[in-house]
Design a protein around this ligand. Structure first.
Ligand SMILES: NC(=O)c1ccc[n+]([C@@H]2O[C@H](COP(=O)([O-])OP(=O)(O)OC[C@H]3O[C@@H](n4cnc5c(N)ncnc54)[C@H](OP(=O)(O)O)[C@@H]3O)[C@@H](O)[C@H]2O)c1
Length: 243
C-alpha cells in the first residue's frame, strides 16, 4: 500500500484529499504548524515509525487563505506595519512552510517508492494571469504563491538526478466553503466577482463557478497518480472533471 502525507489536511482541499485517500485505511492525524520546523520533524519521525522509514508521496496543501488578507491590494493596508506583518506571515506560511515540510519529509521520500512531491499552487501566483486579467488583489497571497512555484522549481532541480517528480498544480477555483473558518465580507465578495469576471473576459472558456470539492480533488489525485519524472519541475493546471 502506498503512503501519502498531506500537509494541511484539517480543512478544504487537504481534508478532502485525506477523505478520498482514506478508503485505504490507516489514516493518522498529526499536528504541526508549518512555520515550526521542529514540530514538522517530530511529525516526520512519527510517520517514519508508522511506515518503516519511507514515504511515497508528499502533498503540500497548507496555505494561509484568510479572507481579510486575501482581497487586499498593495495600497489597502492601514499602514506600512500592517503591510509588513501581512506579507511576512504569508511568506512564512506559504513559502517557508513548504520548504520546512519538504525538508522534514525528504529523508523518508528518498526511501519511498514513488518520490513524488506536489506543491499546491494557485492562479493567484501566475504573473501572466495577474497582468492579463488585471488582478491587483491577493497581493500578499499571490506574491507568496509565485514564490512557492520557485521553491518547487528549486527542489525539482535539486532532486532530478534522484528520480523525483516535484511539481506544482493549480486546482482552479474550488468550493471549500463547508470547512472555511471565515467568509469574505461584501468588499471581498465584490473583489472576487470582479476578478472572476476579468478572468472570464480574457479566457472566454473559463467557468467562474467554483468546482465542487470532491471532483476537484478527484482530479488532483488523478494528476498525482499519473505524474512521472517527465513532469518534474512543471506547473500543471488540474484537469477539470465534470463527473
Ligand atoms: N480553494 C481554492 O479555490 C484554491 C484555489 C487555488 C489554489 N488553492 C490552493 O489549494 C491549497 C488548499 O487551499 P484550501 O482552499 O483547501 O484552503 P483552506 O480550506 O483554507 O485550508 C487551508 C489548510 O491549510 C492549513 N494551514 C494554514 N496555515 C497553516 C500553518 N501555519 N500550518 C499548518 N497548516 C496550515 C489549514 O489548517 P488550519 O485548519 O489549522 O487552519 C488548512 O488545513 C492552498 O495551497 C491554496 O493556495 C486553493
Amino acid at each position: 500500500m502506498s503512503s501519502y502525507a498531506i500537509i494541511g489536511g484539517s480543512r478544504g482541499i487537504g481534508l478532502e484529499l485525506v477523505r478520498q485517500l482514506s478508503g485505504r485505511k490507516n489514516v493518522h492525524v498529526l499536528q504541526a504548524d508549518v512555520i515550526d520546523h521542529h514540530a514538522l520533524k517530530v511529525a516526520a519521525d512519527k510517520v517514519s515509525e508508522l511506515t518503516g522509514g519511507t514515504l511515497d508521496v508528499l502533498i503540500h496543501s497548507a496555505a494561509r487563505m484568510d479572507h481579510t488578507s486575501l482581497y487586499r491590494r498593495l495600497t489597502d493596508y492601514a499602514d506600512d506595519n500592517q503591510l509588513d506583518a501581512d506579507f511576512t506571515e504569508a511568506f512564512r506560511v506559504n513559502v517557508l512552510g513548504i520548504v520546512h515540510s519538504i525538508n522534514a519529509f525528504l529523508p523518508l521520500l528518498r526511501k519511498g517508492g514513488f518520490k513524488k512531491i506536489l506543491v499546491m499552487s494557485s492562479g493567484a501566483g501566475d504573473r501572466e494571469l495577474a497582468w492579463k486579467a488585471r488582478v491587483a488583489t491577493s497581493a500578499a497571497y499571490g506574491t507568496t504563491k509565485a514564490a512557492a512555484n520557485m521553491v518547487m522549481t528549486k527542489y525539482a532541480v535539486l532532486l532530478e538526478s534522484e528520480g523525483f517528480t516535484v511539481f506544482a498544480l493549480s486546482p482552479g477555483y474550488v468550493d471549500t466553503t463547508d470547512t472555511a473558518v471565515d467568509q469574505p465580507d461584501e468588499a471581498g465578495k465584490a473583489a472576487l466577482d470582479e476578478m472572476l469576471e476579468n478572468i472570464r473576459k480574457v479566457y472566454p472558456g473559463y467557468d467562474p463557478a467554483p468546482a465542487p470539492l470532491s471532483l476537484a480533488v478527484k482530479s488532483i489525485l488523478m494528476a498525482v497518480q499519473q505524474a512521472d519524472p517527465s513532469q518534474n519541475g512543471q506547473y500543471l493546471p488540474a484537469p477539470r472533471l465534470t463527473s
